[in-house]
Design a protein around this ligand. Structure first.
Ligand SMILES: [Fe+2]
Length: 309
């Protein structure tokens, strides 16, 4: 299958059965509206012109391609002993089509990074007004650069029609679904919700339906906005992105904008909310314009460890 063929291979009935009819309907309505407004007002061109005029374009681009490998300990209260030291590689907000150098640089940086699972937390596409074909071709190279098992969720820059191709290239996408990884008879659950930010097609109840009460479960979501519901439903951890850590920050990494209504401590890095352990990635790519200041892009390696609770 080629990226161009993916929309034609989209089985909406099957998607509705997976993510829920109401969620799919809401997503499709909002997708169409989003595409319309983005096509009418391509504000990224304005920001690009502004960046060029500022004289900082080269520095901003270099910063946006300077991937940092960030290591994070992820304490899980009910972690089975066989999963102690389990490593999750998190890539978020790739926006692959934003700059032509991005894919080569990232694939190079990923070489030799060992992990037990690769988690992709959304926003693979950037130029909403254009078909995602270029992004999907680039995603194929990035997905091949990390070993399976892999899991993904979609973000607010992604179209549901991308799923057929992503799954074809070996990136299972959790659409309000869950899956268990098994080691020596013990299970660690991963659930994933569709975009809760713009398309509001997330359904945590559906995503957790198969997970037994009290079982260790990690939620993947594009945005941290689901933190309250995730904690209430007993998830052990939440891995997310979306904020880009602010992307263009003040010195010291102080974000000017976060694009989500969550407590400030959840805009980037590790955080805690009641019993929920969370981590918000600053993102691996950049959105809108290839620019970052005082907020380097990250490739995150989470190591799971048992915590007393
Ligand atoms: Fe993003």
């Amino acid at each position: 299958m080629s990226p161009e063929e993916a929309p034609g291979r989209t089985d909406y009935r099957a998607l509705a059965a997976r993510m829920g009819y109401a969620s799919l309907r809401r997503r499709l309505k909002r997708q169409a509206r989003y595409w319309f407004w983005k096509s009418l007002f391509p504000k990224d061109r304005f920001f690009m012109a502004l960046l060029k005029a500022s004289g900082f374009q080269a520095r901003a681009l270099a910063n946006s391609l300077d991937f940092q490998i960030v290591r994070n300990m992820l304490p899980i209260p009910n972690l089975p002993p066989t999963f102690e030291g389990f490593t999750i590689l998190q890539l978020s907000d790739l926006h692959c089509d934003l700059h032509p150098e991005f894919t080569d640089r990232l694939v190079d940086k990923l070489k030799g990074l060992a992990c037990d699972l690769a988690a992709f937390t959304g926003d693979y596409h950037n130029k909403i007004q254009e078909p995602p074909d270029d992004s999907l071709r680039r995603m194929e190279r990035i997905v091949q650069a990390v070993p399976p098992p892999r899991l993904a969720v979609l973000g607010n820059h992604d179209f549901i029609e991308q799923v057929a191709f992503l799954e074809h290239i070996g990136l299972p996408t959790l659409l309000n679904e869950s899956v268990a990884l098994e080691r020596h008879g013990e299970k660690l659950w991963f659930a994933g919700v569709d975009d809760p930010h713009l398309f509001r097609s997330d359904d945590l109840v559906r995503a957790s339906a198969r997970i037994p009460g009290g079982a260790p479960a990690i939620l993947l979501s594009h945005s941290p906005g689901v933190y309250r519901e995730a904690a209430r439903m007993g998830f052990s951890a939440l891995l997310c992105g979306h904020t880009h850590g602010g992307q263009v920050c003040l010195p010291g990494g102080i974000p000017i904008l976060s694009n989500v209504r969550v407590p400030r401590r959840m805009i980037s890095g590790p955080w805690k909310y009641h019993s929920l352990t969370g981590y918000t990635s600053r993102g691996t790519g950049a959105s809108g314009v290839p620019a970052r200041f005082w907020c380097p892009p990250e490739i995150t390696l989470h190591t799971l460890t048992h915590s007393p609770g």
